[in-house]
Design a binder for this molecule. Structure first.
Ligand code: SAM
Length: 292
């Protein structure tokens, strides 16, 4: 089978630059929390994925590659998985992990999922929290569909509303008591984690992208926000909506750091358990078919 290769040139994207320049070091630092936290959302949906041994799969926006490796195990040696992400620094973790585990049927490709010319040979296209960052969600979803054979299935996991995700919503509420929201010109990673929360909007995007038979299943799970309160506070100052507000506020944020840390600790203390700070989160499992 042909090996997928990255293009020598691809369209420029300020969001992809932002991922590589700003978010890569933060995500690597917080990998242990991010991967474990997000895993609860895919662990809940993996058993029921419409996959069979021998299938060819794309994992779109696969990050550190843990779901791509899990999918490779599921489809077995007769099947294969192409994990695609726009940050090679993330993919290096997946390559090393697959090699260490002796898994040979997964390939990691550094590319833009929205525009990469996929071969239409795949049975299944998966994404966990990747599609929400597409500059043009319809174009991105359409391109994922083009990776599928007629009848192939796409399943993506996306966050529900911020109000259903207090693990990110509560710190945002708290920090806004101290700092202003990011201005119009703030650099971002794309439309953002909650851009696909509205089922009406997403159903329409999926329809325009050419899929049929869309379904939504709600997944509720606790997320480990930090192994203790100090770690939970540090994570919120680095990532997510509160992290963005803190980063964008620059020197003003630094001057109020002490007060913000105290307020975060107070707000998150009720969620401290023996295993760490555990907070509620909620996502959609969205499934649709390529009619061909
Ligand atoms: C929140 S992370 C999720 C990563 C992984 N799927 C997981 O669940 O751990 C979003 C990922 O999408 C990737 N991404 C964002 N836009 C992309 C694009 N246009 N093409 C490829 N990857 C993209 C980012 O680099 C990042 O790894």
């Amino acid at each position: 089978m042909p090996v997928a290769e990255a293009r020598t040139e691809r369209p420029k994207s300020e969001y992809i630059d932002f991922w590589n320049e700003v978010l890569v070091p933060k995500f690597i630092k917080w990998k242990h929390i991010i991967v474990d936290g997000l895993t609860l959302h895919s662990a809940a949906v993996f058993p029921a994925l419409l996959l069979k041994p021998g299938d060819r799969v794309v994992d779109a926006g696969c990050g550190f590659g843990d779901t791509a490796i899990e999918l490779a195990r599921r489809v077995g040696p007769q099947g294969s998985v192409l994990g695609v992400d726009c940050c090679d620094a993330f993919l290096e973790f997946g390559r090393k992990e697959a090699k260490a585990a002796g898994i040979k049927n997964v390939t990691f490709l550094c590319e833009d999922v929205q525009t990469y010319p996929f071969e239409p040979v795949h049975d299944f296209c998966f994404s966990r929290f990747g599609t929400q960052f597409f500059e043009n969600p319809v174009a991105g979803l359409r391109n994922m569909r083009k990776s599928l054979k007629p009848g192939g299935i796409m399943t993506m996991i996306v966050w529900r509303n911020l109000s259903e995700n207090p693990w990110l919503g509560l710190p945002k509420e708290v920090i806004l008591k101290f700092l202003p929201p990011p201005g119009e010109g703030a650099r971002t990673c794309g439309p953002g984690p909650f851009s696909m929360a509205d089922t009406g909007v997403v159903a329409k995007q999926i329809e325009i992208a050419g899929y049929t038979g869309v379904t939504f299943d709600r997944v509720d799970a606790k997320v480990l926000v930090g192994r203790d309160l100090d770690e939970a506070v540090e994570l919120q100052l680095a990532l997510g909506p509160a992290g963005e507000i803190f980063r964008e506020a620059g020197a003003e944020a630094e001057s109020r750091r002490k007060e913000i840390v105290t307020a975060f600790k107070e707000a998150m203390a009720p969620f401290l358990t023996l295993t760490g700070v555990m907070m509620d989160s909620s996502s959609w499992k969205v499934t649709a078919r390529n009619p061909g």
